[in-house]
Design a protein. Structure first.
Length: 223
């Protein structure tokens, strides 16, 4: 059974659609990548799928816990890693006495937010997201600021999370399709007709085919 679905989802800003007619179904343990050039709306799609961004059309069912999303879940500069964990435990209604049992993924518990590298910010985002016992985790910009070794380590970690049955949504400028189950490929925004036209319902296609939906292509890995 899917843990998250989108049907005809779209977000319009003023007179332009940032994306539209997005249909996607995410199963437990799947890795889904949202890719596209800068300005294509990757973060908007991610937040919309996580139900943190209001849709202009369509619907999303399910929810996701946010990992690292710049300017949305940024680490507090003066708080340490351990203080971030304690704060999240309190926010989720759990006891801070659990803090010693929380895996920190190699992070220095005394490191402050402003000291964290892009890779370490991604790790902290995953640590905090998993405290919510999510069925889906969403994280942004997995290919920004990381070197080759860090990228490999991050993907290994995401793979292990997926093996635990947690679906993972990521954004990137580009992705190796062999790493993921589904790729949602974005183009640039496009004008809205006047008066605004209702987005057309996209037809589903068998896995392995590429679906063109306005500026969005959904490509699924062959079974």
């Amino acid at each position: 059974m899917p843990v998250l679905t989108a049907a005809g989802a779209g977000v319009r800003h003023r007179r332009r659609w940032l994306f539209r007619d997005l249909d996607v179904s995410v199963e437990p343990g799947e890795l889904v990548a949202i890719v596209g050039p800068p300005g294509s709306g990757r973060t908007t799609v991610l937040l919309a799928l996580a139900r943190r961004f209001k849709l202009s059309a369509g619907r999303v069912t399910g929810s996701a816990s946010l990992g690292w999303v710049p300017d949305v879940t940024s680490a507090e500069p003066v708080l340490t890693v351990l203080e971030h964990v304690r704060e999240r435990l309190l926010l989720t209604g759990r006891s801070t006495r659990e803090v010693d049992r929380v895996p920190l993924l190699g992070l220095d518990p005394a490191a402050k937010g402003f000291q964290l590298s892009p890779y370490q910010r991604q790790l902290l985002g995953l640590v905090l997201a998993r405290l919510e016992n999510p069925r889906v985790i969403a994280l942004d910009a997995v290919d920004e600021g990381l070197d080759g070794a860090e990228m490999r380590q991050l993907w290994e970690l995401l793979g292990s999370i997926a093996e635990d049955g947690i679906a993972v949504l990521v954004t990137a400028r580009e992705i190796d399709p062999d790493r993921v189950s589904t790729v949602v490929r974005l183009g640039g925004p496009h004008p809205v007709t006047d008066p605004p036209a209702e987005p057309e319902q996209a037809e589903s296609e068998p896995a392995g085919d590429e679906v063109q939906v306005e500026d969005i292509e959904q490509q699924e890995e062959k079974a």
